[in-house]
Design a protein around this ligand. Structure first.
Ligand code: RIB
Ligand code: CA
Length: 304
C-alpha cells in the first residue's frame, strides 16, 4: 500500500494554478490536506473563488479552501489589467460558482496541519510566497517536509520585467524569507517552463478531447492561446512544479542558494548560485514526458 504524500496547495488561481488543482485531484500519490489562497494573479476574493470553482467543477467539495494573504508582505498588490488569466482569473470561461464560501485563516489551517503531521507535509506554492513567509514567522522550518515552488527566472528574461518573474516580482520580500529558510526546496522557474509549450494547432487538437477534464483545461486556457498570436504558448508554469513532485525524473538542476532583489528596477530578480544550500533549481525538463502525462490526464483522467 503506497503511503500518500500529504500536501497543501498554496495558490493564486489563475488558469495554471487551476490546472494544478485538477491534476492533483487525480493523482493517487497525493493526499490533499487543503488548499490555501493568496493574492497574486488576481485579488484574493477572486483567487479564492476560483479555487472553489475548480473544486466544484470536479465535484470535490470535500476539500476545503482557506483564505490567506490579500496583499504582499510589505508592498501593495498590483494586479495587471491584462493577463493570460482573463478578467475572472479562469480565462473568462464562464465556469459556474462558487456555490460555497472559502474558510478564513489559511495560516491557522497550515499551522494546525503541520502540528498534526510534523515534518510530513509538502507545500506546493504556485503563487507569490506571502503565505509561506508569514507561516515561517510562527513555525520552525523543520515542521515542513519539502517545498515545491513555481518562482523565478534565473538565466532567462523575466515575464513581468526583463529581470523578474511574476511570483517573485509580486512579493520579493516573501521569496527572500522562504529561500533562506533552509527547508528542502525545489524551484521551477521560467528557465524550465519556457521549454514546455503548445502551438495553437496542438491546443485546438486538445479541444477535440471529449472529457470533463479536457473541457476544463481547454475552456480555461483558450484565452491564453488566443489573446496574442504566438508561435508557441508556454503556459504550464505551475503544473510543472506539481509534475516534478509526481515524476522526479522530469526535471534536473543544481543545488544552491537564491538571492532575491527587492529594490529598484531589478526588483524580483532571482539570482542562483550553485553550491551548498537547501534550494534545488530546475534547469532541464523532459517536455515530452510532461505532455505524455498531460494527455493521459486529458483523455483518461489518469495522473501518476
Ligand atoms: O510566472 C508564472 C506564474 O505567474 C504562475 O504562477 C502563473 O500563475 C502566473 O501568474
Ligand atoms: Ca500561480
Amino acid at each position: 500500500m503506497m503511503v500518500k504524500r500529504k500536501i497543501i496547495i498554496d495558490c493564486d488561481p489563475g488558469i495554471d494554478d487551476a490546472l494544478v488543482i485538477a491534476l492533483a485531484l487525480h493523482s493517487p500519490q497525493l493526499e490533499i490536506l487543503g488548499i490555501t489562497t493568496v493574492a497574486g494573479n488576481k485579488e484574493l476574493e477572486k483567487t479564492s473563488a476560483n479555487a472553489i470553482r475548480t473544486l466544484e467543477y470536479f465535484g470535490r467539495t470535500d476539500i476545503a479552501v482557506y483564505v490567506g494573504a490579500g496583499k504582499p508582505l510589505v508592498r501593495d498588490l498590483n494586479v495587471p489589467q491584462e493577463s493570460s488569466h482573463g478578467k475572472d482569473g479562469l480565462g473568462d470561461a464562464g465556469l459556474p460558482g462558487p456555490k460555497r464560501q472559502a474558510k478564513p485563516n489559511a495560516l491557522g489551517f497550515m499551522k494546525d496541519a503541520l502540528k498534526k503531521y510534523p515534518g510530513e507535509v509538502t507545500i506546493l506554492a504556485t503563487g507569490p510566497l506571502t503565505n509561506i513567509a508569514l507561516l515561517l514567522q510562527d513555525v520552525d522550518s523543520s515542521a515542513i517536509r519539502e517545498l515545491f515552488i513555481m518562482n523565478g527566472a534565473f538565466k532567462v528574461r523575466g515575464n513581468v520585467t526583463e529581470f523578474a518573474e511574476y511570483n517573485a516580482f509580486i512579493d520579493p520580500e516573501a521569496a527572500r524569507i522562504v529561500y533562506s529558510s533552509g527547508i528542502p526546496t525545489k524551484v521551477v522557474g521560467l528557465d524550465v517552463t519556457n521549454n514546455v509549450a503548445v502551438t495553437r494547432e496542438e491546443f485546438v487538437m486538445m479541444k477535440q478531447i471529449d472529457t470533463p477534464q479536457a473541457h476544463f483545461f481547454t475552456m480555461t486556457h483558450d484565452w491564453a492561446t488566443t489573446r496574442k498570436q504566438k508561435e508557441r504558448y508556454a503556459i504550464f508554469w505551475d503544473p510543472l512544479a506539481l509534475m516534478w513532485m509526481l515524476v522526479p525524473t522530469m526535471i534536473h538542476g543544481q543545488m544552491g542558494k537564491i538571492e532575491v532583489e527587492a529594490v529598484g528596477e531589478k526588483t524580483g530578480q532571482t539570482t542562483f548560485s550553485s553550491g551548498p544550500g537547501s534550494v534545488y533549481v530546475g534547469e532541464t525538463v523532459n517536455a515530452a514526458q510532461f505532455f505524455d502525462h498531460l494527455h493521459k490526464f486529458l483523455k483518461f483522467g489518469e495522473v501518476v
